[in-house]
Design a protein around this ligand. Structure first.
Ligand code: ADP
Length: 523
């Protein structure tokens, strides 16, 4: 099967967090039920980075970090108090208003961000392994997408530091001229989710810092480890004190950030429900908001699609990070004429996916990130079956050696209708709800009849049809004959309930800057 599994050699990992009490070869972890090591938390784990210092949380240890492949505790995290959040915001404000950051030349800032990318690459094996342990990602995904992807974001935005140009608009007067500049928004609160903790932290941090802001970052309580390690690396390469502050905690800490009068902007990636509450909570000081929320990406399989090419790509997307991807294909519109063949081939590929612990080199798909999430996915699939859908592959939780982890099998559901929640709501699991259609206009209207508008894929050998569907589908990103579409240069974000604004690409510069107009009298 043409999946993206790569062999990675991870023989020299030296965990700075000392999560393991002993080094183990990844081959010994083939059985997800086997022990992945005892809890032996390291020096930075469970602390906050505030004003350049690693602070012990006053709350003590509140949240457990667990390995989703076997439920073992990896370490503990604190929940930031109001005083700790205030200290982080004060440090970020001070670093914004005075000190080396404010005076740093654009080319110096660029060099610093480039050094962050180098540090990520130098520590790539450790970071990939940590991400795999904490999030559940297969090592190949953790390395290639999360870790090396994070480095690429810092490099891409390092390049923008020296290119933040303004304009000289043609004002209709003789007595003055006008120029504009892009200036930082200020103190940015970055709130990240648990599906791609390191990558999403990087794609918020890199543009925020490239444009001269300072930040308070809160990773998701389920997956804070790689963010804390990244903060340590950034601190070590010389990001000035107060520019990057990291606190940990759950929803209440995130909410306190969104309400905080000292924070000028929130960039949030997470659920639509929380996004809605952030809009309300941030009204107090009119925070700027970037919201990347849920998605319900459609896969539209046209009558002329080449199944040899497209079936492996669709399956690779469904199982990518066990479906825990905002842009994951999660409703399939198959042209009636191809339905039987598509289902037969896709079911065969889906059934052969190797599920296992992320640290197992042969795993193509890891566990879901938590037991709570496993229950949510299981509940959605059960509800669809109760409403009349038929599981062709998977359809219930894995047991046996998988029972101690949060494993859910790749699942295909037939007989799905659009009134079922599995066809309308974000699943965030490796689930393929299959529907059929007969003509193009019908499928466009069904695809667009969704609260979400993040992304979609269209599969056709007809170029005109591909462009036509791409232009009529209402989503932030439409992919023709591909499921890829993530690149530091490519704007990413959605329409309607999928959120506000775009991350990455030149568009991210707008999200992290204000336009300032300066008038010069000429008389
Ligand atoms: P999910 O539902 O997929 O777990 P969430 O949207 O709840 O995702 O979480 C994404 C991030 O938002 C996490 O860092 C989480 O701690 C944070 N968060 C949760 N609730 C709130 C809130 N009310 N305000 C701000 N951040 C929140």
């Amino acid at each position: 099967m043409a999946l993206f599994v790569l062999d990675i050699y991870l023989d020299c990992w030296k965990a700075r967090f000392r999560i393991y009490s002993e080094e183990r070869d990844v081959d010994t972890l083939q059985d997800p039920n086997k022990s992945a090591g005892r809890n032996d938390a390291g020096p930075r784990l469970g602390r906050f980075l505030i004003d350049g210092n690693w602070i012990e949380p006053s709350s003590g240890s509140v949240h457990l970090c667990t390995n989703p492949a076997n439920g073992e505790v990896l370490g503990t995290l604190g929940e930031a108090s109001t005083a700790e959040l205030n200290a982080a915001v004060t440090a970020a404000r001070r670093a914004l208003d005075s000190g080396p950051w404010r005076n740093m030349l654009p080319n110096e800032r660029a060099r610093l961000l480039w050094r962050v990318a180098d540090a990520i690459e130098t520590n790539a094996s450790e970071l990939a392994r940590l991400e795999s342990l904490d999030q559940g990602q297969p090592l190949s995904l953790a390395m290639n997408m999360s870790v090396l992807g994070a480095a690429e974001h810092f490099r891409y935005f390092a390049g923008w530091c020296t290119k933040l140009d303004g304009r000289v608009p043609s004002v209709s007067r003789h007595d003055a001229m006008l120029y504009t500049r892009r200036v930082p928004v200020g103190v940015c609160g970055l709130i990240t989710p648990w599906n791609f903790p390191l990558l999403i932290a990087a794609w918020k941090l890199a543009p925020a810092l490239a444009t001269g802001n300072t930040v308070v970052l809160k990773p998701a309580e389920q997956t804070s480890l790689t963010t804390l390690r990244l903060a340590e690396l950034m601190h070590d390469v010389g990001i000035p004190r107060g520019v990057l502050n990291v606190i940990t905690g759950a929803g209440p800490t995130g909410q306190a950030m969104t309400e905080h009068p000292g924070i000028d902007k929130i960039s949030f990636t997470g659920s639509t429900a929380v996004g809605r509450s952030i809009v309300r909570a941030s009204a107090g000081n009119f925070k700027r908001l970037s919201l990347e929320l849920g998605g319900k990406a459609a896969s539209v399989i046209c009558p002329d699609a080449d199944l040899n090419k497209i079936v492996p790509k669709n399956i690779a997307n469904v199982i990518n990070n066990a479906g825990q991807v905002c842009g994951a294909l999660s409703r399939f519109y198959v042209h009636q004429s191809l339905h039987d063949e598509f289902v037969e081939r896709a079911a065969a590929e889906l059934s052969s996916v190797r599920v296992g612990a992320g640290l197992n080199k042969t795993s193509q798909m890891g566990p879901l990130n938590s037991v709570e999430h496993l229950e949510r996915v299981d509940h959605m699939v059960k509800a669809a079956i109760a409403e009349g859908a038929t599981p062709i592959v998977g359809g219930s939780r894995l047991d046996g050696i998988y029972a101690s982890g949060s494993f859910y099998p790749p699942t295909m559901l037939e007989g799905v209708t659009e009134d079922m929640s599995v066809a309308r709501e974000e699943i965030f699991g490796p689930v393929m709800p299959i529907m059929t259609y007969n003509d193009e206009e019908e499928v466009i209207s069904r695809v667009n009849n969704s609260d979400y508008g993040l992304s979609a894929s269209v599969w056709t050998e007809n170029l005109a049809r591909g462009h036509r569907l791409a232009s009529h589908i209402s989503a932030g990103a439409v992919r023709v004959n591909t499921v890829s579409g993530l690149d530091p240069a490519a704007p990413w974000g959605g329409m309607r309930a999928s959120g506000w604004g775009r991350e990455m690409g030149e568009e991210a510069l707008e999200a992290y800057t204000e336009v300032k107009a300066t008038w010069i009298g000429l008389e």
